[in-house]
Design a protein around this ligand. Structure first.
Ligand code: ZN
Length: 277
């Protein structure tokens, strides 16, 4: 790879779920060999090695561990389920700490058996329960707003405004927002929201992929950058103008790409990143 291309990859991170068929060791080796610098680890990828060993594999492979995905899923109509969710989140924080991940991403959850407002109150209670431990461990928490199409079961935080309001309620330097273009690209207030979140110092993560037109499956048909209708460069520009200096994290759930040869797919990711983000 020539020098200029290498420099352009200095803020490229890939989520392990993007290349789900690869085990962690293979993912680290394949990312590093292409000049990818960061990795965000999904909890299932830690199962085989355990968090501490996973952290070593990543560091020795020359990659930065950018975050752990994911915590959250706080709301439930059932009190016991809410309690066990908090225990699960505390365990995720320990894993993040053991792996050396500075950030845990929260997909906050929703329960269709109650109103979104009630779910948001339970999200607030869940964050309140885990935030002190996050601070003790030195692991930041990022609330990721999800597209409203997921408001039934995945998250009652569906806009940047709701995520920012939740973060401001706690006013802690350990709590911020993860901006995923797939979830927020449609929002007419996106630019202002990114700007305001940046002024708060709460832009903690930036996830990229594309919204395919048409989308075959609302969960598992996400596109490579440049394949859909999201102006990723423009949104990235707003992030950087608002002081964000972190990684651009490629997070793609796709049955199509998971079925592809992952070597070839990683080459496509690098190309798409350079051309379209
Ligand atoms: Zn994301």
């Amino acid at each position: 790879m020539d020098q200029e291309a290498e420099r352009d990859l200095s803020r490229l991170c890939v989520h392990t779920i993007t290349t789900r068929p690869l085990d962690l060791e293979t993912a680290v080796a394949e990312y590093a060999s292409r000049g990818i610098r960061g990795i965000t680890v999904w909890r299932d990828a830690l199962q085989k090695t355990g968090a501490k060993r996973a952290g070593r594999i990543i560091r020795e492979g020359g990659l930065d561990i950018v975050s752990l995905c994911r915590g959250g899923f706080f709301p439930s109509t059932d009190r016991k389920t809410r309690k066990s969710s908090i225990a699960g989140n505390l365990a995720a924080l320990e894993e993040a700490h053991d792996a050396g991940a500075p950030l845990l991403v929260l997909v906050c959850g929703a329960d269709p058996g109650q109103s979104p407002e009630t779910s948001r109150e339970q999200i607030k209670a869940g964050i309140e329960a885990i935030l002190p431990r996050a601070a003790e461990l030195g692991v930041r928490l990022a609330i990721e707003p999800l597209h409203p199409v997921y408001a039934d079961t995945r998250s009652s935080i569906n806009t940047m405004k709701q995520a920012i309001d939740m973060a401001r309620y706690f006013d802690s330097s350990w709590l911020g927002v993860a901006v995923d273009v797939y979830h927020v690209w449609w929002d007419e207030e996106l630019e202002t929201a990114i700007d305001s979140c940046g002024r708060d110092g709460r832009l903690f993560a930036f996830h990229i992929c594309d919204w395919k037109v048409p989308t075959g499956d609302i969960l598992n048909d996400r596109g490579l950058m440049g394949e859909g209708c999201i102006d990723i460069r423009r949104i990235r520009g707003w992030m950087e103008r608002s002081g964000f200096e972190g990684y651009n994290e490629v997070e793609i759930f796709s049955d199509i790409y998971w079925n592809l040869d992952q070597d070839r797919f990683l080459d496509m990711i690098v190309r798409a990143y350079l051309d379209h983000s």
